[in-house]
Each structure stands twice: as structure tokens, then as C-alpha cells.
Design a protein around this ligand. Sequence first.
Ligand code: ADP
Length: 482
Amino acid sequence: MSSPLLAEATRIAREFDYPADQVQRGVAEYIRQSNEGLAKENTTLSQIPTFVTAVPNGTEKGLYLAVDLGGTNFRVCSVQLHGDTTFSLTQSKIMIPRELMASGTSKDLFTFLARQIEAFLRIHHNEHFEAHQRRRREGHEEEELFDLGFTFSFPVRQYGINSGTLIRWTKGFNIPDAVGHDVCALLQSAIDHLDLPVRVAALVNDTVGTLMARSYTSPGETGTLIGAIFGTGTNGAYVEKLENITKLKHIKDAHYDTHTGEMIINAEWGSFDNQLSVLPSTIYDRDLDADSNNPGIQMFEKRVSGMFLGEILRRALLDLYNNAQLFKATETSVPSDSFLHRQWGLDTSLLSDVEGDTLPQMPKIKAALKEHLAIENPTDDDCKAVKILTHAIGKRAARLSAVPLAAVLIHTGKLDTDDIVDVGVDGSVVEFYPNFEGHLRDALREVPEVGVAGDKKVRIGISKDGSGVGAALIALVASKDE
Ligand code: ADP
């Protein structure tokens, strides 16, 4: 070392340090905010009761339906649970016509969804479908309905496992007459209108689906404690004692099964510490937030998830470009319309590509700079500077991710026994960023109440298909509550 460029990159990288004492402060504050969220409404951590009161152990059996409305596509699937931790899944995916997302009525949208369910049943479960129609014609009492789990990734106020009213639309949807209505009832009435053999059994949040899917598929007897997503956004769900969810008594019309004494809580941890009492902040974090469309909100998510890590790196690189000669060697070319200059121009997958390059010639970094930023012929120092910043930003995200995990482990007392504690995770960041879990575990061990011994008890596994098999499992749990 060291050229002025690398010296400056190293100085900036240090601003992303998130040392053990800060991790510990973060965990203590997370526990405080999570207790507050269990006691009252309108807190930083929402700690939303999901009314799901049991987790599966892998022995569950049956055929269930699941649908997922959350973005540009509507997914319909059926899941056969074999009862031995395995399942088979049949799926179809349909793009939602734009006019139904933003200009029609809720009846138009939900009728469209019910029609897709009908088409799916006719293709994949026609025997069951026809038998139902026949029984109806012959005037039999209804006997066999498919139980359906409805993954609906918009803010809802939930009252029971299969009821919740829409608070507001997000992600480009805007159908005003649905707001304030029970989305399960809207879907059920469209289904009934078409006379389909389907009962909307459960309203599902995707993190809860992740937890359930992992609990069904993970080896061993103990159920999963935490489901966590590190993808476009970040969020987590965990199993809480009913007696700790004291705000439940304030929810009018709440109805749920009490015999397990537990309920899954959807933490909505993307908004942990929005007031920034303990979260680390660099100038890049502050500018990213100020220029975002929701300043002051989702502050934890803005330091951890895929939607934001690329933008943090872009801002740090731009700083080096403007002030420290990054990409300024005579042979290097940065087109004026390079994504380096555009807000949200850098995809987080670049961080994984860069971090994954361990070769002296740095071929992957060069390829990634070309692919993502149209930068030709970077020097070795340019590539090293990119790597230094990438490593710092990715490592901070992974260490921050340990905070909610450690807090839940401590708060639930699950490390006090010799049992394995199972955690299911999903999302491209945790799946593809090299050594994300390793950095996360380093930070976990630095929390004294977890330590090396606690970390050894924690088993982390990828949990795919939360909105498929997870939603099916929630429908199953809901149908058993009846
Ligand atoms: P979602 O959370 O939307 O269901 P993903 O889990 O695939 O979907 O997360 C998408 C996010 O992950 C995007 O923000 C994207 O930039 C980021 N991403 C995609 N590929 C990678 C990768 N290889 N490494 C890290 N992040 C990635």
C-alpha cells in the first residue's frame, strides 16, 4: 500500500465498521423495542400478531392450495404434503393486467384472481373440481373443500387467521374501494361466485410462510424459532409466548386458538430503530435516506437489504470518483450515462460478484464493473478500492442482521436448553452474498448472552417457498383450529 486512492477507500471503509460494543447496544435496544411492540400499537417495531398458533414438525399431510398476490404476478399453487418433511408443488404464474391493478374495482381484481384459481383447478385437479360441481348439481351437502392460504404482501390489520382489512395499497396497486375491507372475504366471495370448491383458510405474511416452510422441512423434532428474509427487503417472524403479547387484549374482535400457548409474531424489523438511537450511520446512509421516497422509515432495512446495498456502494464509489481519482486513469473510461451517476443504478448482485472474486487478476470485479457500470479498463487499484468498499458494506449488513436474531434468541430464552435452535432464512442477499452467514455468526458470538456456546446451538438453513408450502401449512394449521 498505498496509493492515495486506496488510502481513501480504506478510510471510508472504516466508517462502515460495526464493532462488538455497537452490536451489543443494538441487541439491547432491539429487545427493548420488541417488548414495547408486544405491549402497544404504533411502535417502531410493529410486532404484529399473526394468529398462527402452531408450527409444523414435518409430519403434516394433505393437499392444500396457496395463492400469492404481492407484485406484478399472481401465483397459484397446490402443495401435497407427504408427512415426511417432503412435499410436491404444482404452480402457475400469471401477470396481473395493469388496468386491474390501478383503475378497476376490487370486484374486478378479485374476480380475476378467482378465475385464475378456477383455471388452475381445471388443469391440475380436474377430477376434484368436476366431482364438486356434480355434487352441487345433485344438491349434496358440501364436504370436501380445498383449504387455501392467501399470501397478501400489503399492509393489513389482522383480526384472525383468515381475516384482515387492507390498510393501504403499495407497489403500484391502487383500488380505493378495497381499502378498509377484509381481503379474505373479498377473495372468498369471488370464489363463491364461481362456485369453486375452495375455502380461504388463512391470510399469510411471507416471513411467517418462511418460518413455517422451514419448520416442516427442517430435520429433527424441534420446530423452527425464527423465519427471516434478506432479499429486496428484510423482515422476520418468530414464535412468541401468548402471555407476552399483551396488546392482544386490545384488539377488538380478535379470535384465535390458545391451546399451544404460542403465536407467531411478524416483527416488521425493517423499521427497527427508525429514530436512529443505535443504528450506525455514514454520510452515504444519510444521503440515501434523504433522497428516498420514505425518509426516516425502514432505517434498518436501508442498511441491510438488497434494495439498498447497491445504492450505498454507488454513493461511496461516486465519492471516490469525485474526490480520490477512482476510475480516472487515462485508459479507464466511464461513460457519462454510466449507472455510477444514477440513483438506484447499482444492483446489489454486483456486491456478491465483487466479494466473490479472490483471484489476483480480479477478473470477476472487472467483468462486474463492465456489466453493471459500463466501466472499461479499470486499473488494479480501482478494482481494489471497489473491493474494499464492497467488503465493508456487505460485512456491516451481515453483522447488523445478527442484531434481531441475537435479540430474539435472548428474549425467548431458547438458548437456555441444550436443544438446537432452528432458523429459516430466505432471500438473495443471504443466499448469494459470499460469507454472509459467517459474518453474521461472528457478530452473534460477540454478544455475551449468545457467545460461542449459543452460536453452536443455532442452525441456520435456507427456506424456500414460503408463499407456497409455507402458506399451505398455515392453511393446514388454520383448518385444524376449526
Ligand atoms: P424478493 O425479496 O423480492 O422476493 P430476492 O430474494 O431475489 O427477491 O431479492 C431480490 C434482491 O436481491 C434485489 O434487491 C437484488 O438487487 C438482490 N440480489 C439479486 N441477486 C443478488 C446476489 N447475487 N447477491 C446479492 N443480492 C442480490
